[in-house]
Design a protein around this ligand. Structure first.
Ligand code: PLP
Length: 437
């Protein structure tokens, strides 16, 4: 997808995030003049003739065929997120989990492996360690998120390196440029889950990421109403340089009319393969109404993220100084192991997802959790509302003790997704809950 396509009357690259988030990918529809993005609630699209239908299937002309392949509302979301991340194309899917699955399934087959950092969202860990394993695809968890530990795991069968730019819930900030360098030196792409950071705080493609995935369910939607996932193709990886490793993109694809993706789709070959092989045949399609709701969220994402980050800074300081709190993990503190990386990658900001432990361990932590009123106890993040989770008993429950330690999940750890309510009310709720512990 050329950049002109993202925002027709001005090059997207000169526009700021706040503007792209509101306009990229859509101009008022020339027929209806609708200023809001229409919800194309349709399954299929009429062919002008039998020949037109055949030409669409033969890829001789462009156009919509069936919503499992493409939909005009979803296309606006895809262009908007591609513009925000600085990619050439994107694919929207039904959830973040589907986005992660497709992003890897596109490149991996039985007998191949990929290398991952150990600090991952729980369901991502399970997908890698158990689901892919049953399909004959090996995940190699590096000892840490450091580039030398990642490099040590790459071999000739490796097809990708995977990380979360900011780990959930560990809060580790990955040195993306270093990871991209070791991946590229060994001829494999870097895939980055940028959900926690959001493209407002960090754009992984600038540091060498080849693919960016998101759970749009979180900060993009922003209101805890809508599931969705996005895969963004940076368009930079030289697939043609490794024709055997990436035969699915460089050789004719039997699953889709014998197309050779790098020839048919150029820089967006990878995104096109995700769409026409993974999405078309396994079907985790994003409902168009959900695409519309996610677009509504994205319009205010920059404003919300700014407030999330500021409120989290105040919460981290408050907890740090509270006599009942044993520890706080927050990259904004100068003594945090991730402070320097926050300066480099997050523009000096720290993520609004933070963790802490209460003195007295899990029992005291559980009492605190149970006493919260404004903070909702649940498993989600990036909502306008303040949210609290105990990862070890919920999102990461399936991990054993050693796996929990490797993923950076302490037994007593409470994870906060700090919302955008008034900060005084947020601090008052935390204060009364800690008093109750
Ligand atoms: N990636 C991260 C970092 C997450 O935290 C989550 C969910 O919490 C996902 C992916 C999965 O997204 P979804 O719940 O939209 O499937």
């Amino acid at each position: 997808m050329p950049r002109d396509d993202i925002f027709p009357h001005v090059a997207a690259s000169v526009l700021r995030d706040e503007t792209l988030a509101i306009h990229a990918g859509y101009e008022p529809d020339p027929v209806t003049k609708s200023v809001a993005v229409p919800i194309y609630q349709t399954v299929a699209y009429a062919f002008d003739s039998a020949e037109h239908g055949a030409a669409l299937f033969d890829l001789e002309v462009e156009g919509n065929i069936y919503t499992r392949l493409s939909n005009p509302t979803n296309a606006v979301l895809e262009k908007r997120v591609a513009a925000l991340e600085g990619g050439v194309a994107a694919l929207s899917v039904g959830s973040g989990a589907a986005a992660i699955h497709y992003a890897l399934a596109t490149l991996l087959e039985q007998g191949t492996n990929f290398v991952s950092v150990p600090q991952l969202y729980g369901a991502t860990y399970t997908l890698f360690a158990h689901v892919f394993k049953k399909q004959g695809i090996e995940v190699r968890f590096a000892k840490s998120d450091r580039a030398d530990d990642i490099a040590a795991c790459i071999d000739h069968n490796t097809r990708a390196v995977y990380c979360e730019s900011v780990g959930n819930p560990a809060g580790n900030i990955v040195d993306l440029a270093a990871l991209a360098a070791v991946a590229h030196a060994r001829g494999v792409p870097l895939i980055v889950d940028n959900t926690v950071a959001t493209p407002i705080l960090l754009k992984p493609i600038r540091y060498g990421a080849d693919v960016v995935v998101h759970s749009a369910t979180k900060f993009m939607g922003g209101h805890g109403t809508t599931m969705g996932g996005i895969i963004v193709d940076a368009g930079n990886f030289p697939w043609r340089a490794y024709p055997d490793k990436f035969a699915m993109l460089t050789q004719p694809e039997p699953a889709y009319h014998g197309v050779t993706y790098v020839e048919q789709y150029g820089r967006s070959a990878y995104a096109a393969h995700c769409r026409t092989v993974c999405l078309r045949n396994t079907g985790a399609v994003l409902p168009p109404l959900s695409a519309f709701l996610l677009l509504q969220g994205i319009e205010t994402m920059a404003l919300r993220v700014e407030r999330h980050v500021e409120n989290a800074r105040r919460v981290a300081t408050y907890l740090h100084d509270h006599p009942k709190v044993a520890w706080v993990s927050y990259a904004g503190f100068p003594d945090s192991a991730y402070h320097a990386l926050a300066q480099k990658y997050l523009g000096g900001n720290a993520p609004s997802l933070l963790t802490f432990g209460v003195k007295g361990g899990y029992d005291a932590g559980r009492k605190t959790l149970n006493a919260l009123n404004l903070f909702k106890r649940l498993v989600n993040m990036g909502d306008a509302k303040s949210l609290a989770t105990h990862p070890a008993s919920t999102t990461h429950r399936q991990l054993n003790e050693a796996e929990l330690a490797q993923a950076g999940v302490k037994p007593e750890m409470i994870r906060l997704s700090v919302g955008i309510e008034h900060i005084d009310d947020i601090l008052a709720d935390l204060g009364q809950a800690l008093d109750a512990a």
